[in-house]
Design a protein around this ligand. Structure first.
Ligand SMILES: *Cc1c(COP(=O)(O)O)cnc(C)c1O
Length: 383
């Protein structure tokens, strides 16, 4: 089944599946071959050419989910990010990146780009005007991440896409936090969509992978670099990821529901200073989120009152686990000050609004009452 016109859960379950012609099995057969007989001289199947049967099948599913013509699956989210960025940038070019970025992407830009002679600037704020303000003569790419980590800021996709088009610039987005269930940036004029499939696409904290989706033309350009960089994913993991993605729609919708309930619950607690969730009407960009998101996602952040200590709070939780990663079916928390943003100076963190008592919460699919009870018992135990 290859149609892009089907509904979300039908695409998740069926698009790109391979037929088991030999035994009529229900699921896609797994082809582990690294060597294939030539079909013709122009089509050579090889894992690092991103064109084994299982890779091609899963790429169709990702493309359909992102309303794209074409997609590629990578060995990690960072393989997808680095390959997509470098496909559109060469020495002498300039890229504008959003102020708050996933740490790995920030490190890639900060540690590697000057070696390639690529110039870069970060926006001051998240508005479309903040992107336009950084555009120079040699700007080739605008790079967005929305909702962002860890404060769930929202960037207006349509407004940034319009600015980029006016200047003839390509737009790239890291769509990991939203997942294709909640946000399809191509519908708003964004050119290239990137995912860390380690997160919601995998969803069970047991797969490391990445994905990029766009037009056939842009994907050709990305493929050219991808095969030279060699960041392909093993077919076994491709096959596991296909299985995970069959349930992505129902998982993420359950996480949306739980996260919204938890955001309201935390917002009403006297021990919580502040809640950051685009689904709350108090969120400064709630209207933009409503325009461009189908659900508000499973990620939220909250700030404990000054009387609480973030590490003691995390230790006091019994059901929700402290964890570096996110987006699994299990709920996890992290203190940005102690982990992802630990290397930033206290001043820069304060400037960005990342308080010591900030907790990033990746909401899972557990019963929401159990999640509430766990938070309540942790807060009580520290009084
Ligand atoms: C995890 C993550 C990445 C990097 O993905 P890996 O699979 O760890 O390489 C990129 N962007 C965002 C927003 C992420 O959460």
């Amino acid at each position: 089944m290859n149609s892009n016109k089907k509904g979300l859960n039908t695409i998740c379950t069926h698009v790109g599946e391979l037929e088991d012609t030999q035994h009529k099995g229900a699921i896609s057969p797994l082809y582990m071959s690294t060597s294939y007989a030539y079909e013709d001289v122009d089509v050579k199947r090889y894992p690092r050419y991103f064109n084994t049967p299982n890779q091609e099948g899963l790429c169709k599913k990702v493309a359909a989910l992102e309303h794209a013509e074409s997609a590629l699956i990578f060995g990690s989210g960072m393989a997808a990010v680095s390959t997509a960025l470098l496909a559109f940038l060469r020495a002498g070019d300039h890229v504008v990146l959003q102020q708050t970025l996933y740490g790995g992407t920030y490190n890639l830009v900060n540690e590697e780009f000057s070696k390639y002679g690529i110039e870069y600037s970060f926006t001051e704020g998240w508005s479309a005007e903040a992107f336009e303000a950084q555009i120079k003569e040699n700007t080739k790419v605008l790079y967005i991440e929305t909702p962002s980590n860890p404060l769930l800021t929202i960037t207006d996709l349509e407004a940034v896409a319009n600015i980029a088009k006016k200047h003839g610039i390509i737009t790239l987005i890291d769509n990991t936090f939203a997942s294709p269930v909640n946000q399809n940036p191509i519908d708003f004029g964004i050119d290239v969509v990137i995912h860390s499939a380690t997160k919601y696409m995998g969803g069970h904290s047991d797969i490391c992978a990445g994905a990029v989706a766009s037009t056939t033309e842009h994907m050709e350009r990305i493929f050219h670099l991808a095969k030279n960089f060699g960041g392909s994913l093993s077919d076994y993991t491709v096959w596991l990821l296909e299985r995970s993605m069959k349930t992505m729609g129902i998982r993420v919708r359950a996480q949306n529901e739980n996260a919204l309930a938890m955001a309201h619950f935390l917002d009403d607690l006297a021990d919580i200073e502040k809640v950051y969730y685009p689904g709350l009407s108090s969120h400064p960009n709630h209207d933009i989120a409503r325009k461009q998101m189908k659900g508000f996602g499973g990620m939220l952040s909250f700030e404990l009152n000054a009387s609480f200590n973030a590490s003691q709070f995390q230790k006091a939780l019994q059901l929700i686990k402290p964890s570096m990663s996110l987006a699994g079916v299990e709920s996890t928390v992290l203190s940005p000050t102690q982990t992802s943003h630990a290397l930033m100076s206290a001043e820069v963190r304060a400037e960005q609004g990342i308080a010591d008592g900030l907790i990033r919460f990746s909401v899972g699919i557990e019963e929401v009452e159990d999640l509430k009870q766990d938070i309540l018992q942790a807060l009580e135990s520290l009084k």
